[in-house]
Write a protein that binds this ligand. Structure first.
Ligand code: IMP
Length: 493
């Protein structure tokens, strides 16, 4: 959550941030670890420029203005810092979402003058959005549970060499040529699934305006709308990747804002239940025009000691199911319940674990060290623990230390995984993850409210034990412990 009008300052000297260079913030789990709060802190205090390089409007973060929350998806979290904010070439850019968010910020009296959008970023069009939603609605099993923001089809088009880019918005003839060359074929695909397309289009006001009489996208209308987007966005379109490289060369402090998280990475995540960009630090650096080796410090955000997840796929330490969330409406589930469904629901309530983009209840479960060990291989020089306060009053905290594999023999070529084998580090495979039986170590929890604590040594000894256990296990330190959503509810070690 981003708070504005903050007066409090914070001593970051213990963080050992580089005096200049590049710091990246990435999630180490399935997203929603609370990256926005850490980005916000560093954007205001350390950074000269802020850049996003992955994902698109599938992300979501809350900006709180005058005590009212507003959810943004594409606008970088750092926008209220008043510093240059770049959306890099690796972002899937949806001009309609950006128009909406610009209007919303403007309506709140906030400036976005310093926003720059990469001319090379790939465009999400109504066709990509419809394809995403139709594919999901037609999937019989193994639904990925996408956010429906057109992300998968946009990156598919990118790699199929059929992508449209932001710069095309400024060149109407080229745009028309590409719409016909690349997107026309999709209209044929969509006409084969007319009913699903009609449902998807009618449920969305923006999409409805492009429907022809057969409920297929009218390319001429779309072309006109996209040329108009180009006119509006012209002052913001730039070669942001060169600007980021220049900022590094000039010795500025460059903050890279990750979207989604390692376990959702197309390259390293729990395939295929992933998003369609590389949401590790490698993808983030590349998506803003840098090399990973130019990142001086990568801060891996860990929601701990618990985990949450939205969408389909395996989650070994899940407590109950978010699909049952409604059962508990009107009740106050107890965090110490012996019923996993109730305990999961209690975590969901306490942690406000409802998707910022889709509003979906998130599944909640215990911290999973085989997954964290796996994720940290791809980035996380130091860690930041967020939302520790959610477990206030939990009598027994369980941490998954390893798995026992309970599946058929699985041949890796150089080894075979057999039922009953102990697994300490997860594999990047959702199906295998679904056959892992979590083994837990129990830790006593703490009583009372930790949100008022400001010094590391004043944290309850039970929480310190857990922090130190995790650190020793994964070989990385928690440089930040967040004990509440507000800026001042942050402990820098
Ligand atoms: P997509 O990115 O919309 O294609 O969705 C692919 C998967 O990533 C789904 O399981 C989504 O729920 C998940 N996902 C995408 N963006 C986020 C996010 O910002 N936070 C958490 N999960 C996300």
């Amino acid at each position: 959550m981003t708070f504005i009008n903050k007066e409090e300052t914070m001593n970051l000297s213990n963080l050992n941030l580089p005096p200049k260079g590049v710091v990246a913030i990435v999630g180490t789990q399935w997203g929603d670890e609370g990256k926005g709060k850490i980005v916000d802190l560093l954007a205001d205090t350390w950074a000269d420029v802020i850049a996003r390089g992955t994902g698109g409007a599938n992300a979501g973060h809350t900006i709180c203005v005058n005590d009212k929350s507003h959810v943004f998806h594409l606008m970088p979290s750092g926008i209220l810092s008043g510093k240059p904010c770049y959306l890099g070439s690796g972002v899937a850019f949806d001009p309609e979402v950006m128009r909406f968010e610009m209007d919303e910020l403007g309506g709140l009296g906030k400036s976005y003058d310093y926003l720059r959008i990469s001319r090379d970023a790939h465009l999400v069009t109504p066709i990509h959005t419809i394809l995403d939603r139709v594919h999901e609605s037609k999937a019989k099993s193994g639904k990925i549970g996408t956010t429906g923001r057109g992300i998968g089809p946009t990156f598919t088009a990118h790699y199929a060499r059929e992508g449209l880019r932001v710069v095309d918005l400024l060149n109407p003839d080229k745009l028309w040529e590409k719409l016909n060359k690349y997107l026309h074929a999709h209209t044929a695909e969509l006409s084969a699934t007319r009913i699903a397309v009609k449902d998807v289009m009618q449920a969305d006001e923006f999409l409805t305006q492009f429907a022809d009489e057969k409920n297929i996208i009218d390319l001429e209308r779309m072309h006109q709308a996209y040329v108009e987007f180009g006119e509006r966005l012209r002052p913001f379109i730039a070669d942001t990747d060169s600007l980021v490289r220049q900022a590094v060369e000039d010795g500025l402090c460059v903050l890279l804002e990750g979207a989604q998280a390692t376990l959702l990475s197309i390259d390293y995540g729990m395939y295929p239940m992933v998003t369609s960009s590389d949401s590790t630090v490698a993808g983030l650096a590349k998506g803003v025009g840098l090399r990973e080796s130019q990142v001086d410090l990568c801060i891996g955000i860990v929601k701990a000691p618990y985990t949450s997840k939205v969408g389909g796929g395996s989650f070994p330490t899940r407590l109950g199911s978010a699909a049952d969330d409604e059962i508990y409406s009107g009740t106050t589930p107890n965090i110490n319940s012996t019923d996993p469904g109730k305990q999961g629901a209690a975590l969901r309530r306490a942690g406000k674990e409802y998707g910022a983009t889709t509003g979906r209840p998130r599944d909640c479960g215990w911290l999973d060290l085989p997954l964290l060990r796996y994720a940290l291989q791809f980035g996380g020089d130091v860690m930041a623990m967020t939302k520790a306060d959610v477990l206030d009053g939990c009598a027994v905290i369980r941490i998954c230390t390893h798995y026992i594999y309970r599946g058929l023999d699985y041949d890796f070529g150089d080894s075979v995984l057999k039922s009953g084998d102990q697994v300490d580090v997860a594999f990047g495979d959702d199906d295998l993850l679904g056959h892992m039986e979590p083994q837990y170590q129990e830790f006593p929890g703490w009583q009372g409210d930790i949100t008022t604590i400001r010094s590391y040594d004043d944290l309850p000894p039970e929480l310190l034990d857990i922090i130190e256990y995790i650190e020793a296990d994964v070989g990385s330190k928690f440089a930040i412990v967040s004990v509440g959503p507000d800026r001042q509810e942050t402990i820098i070690r």
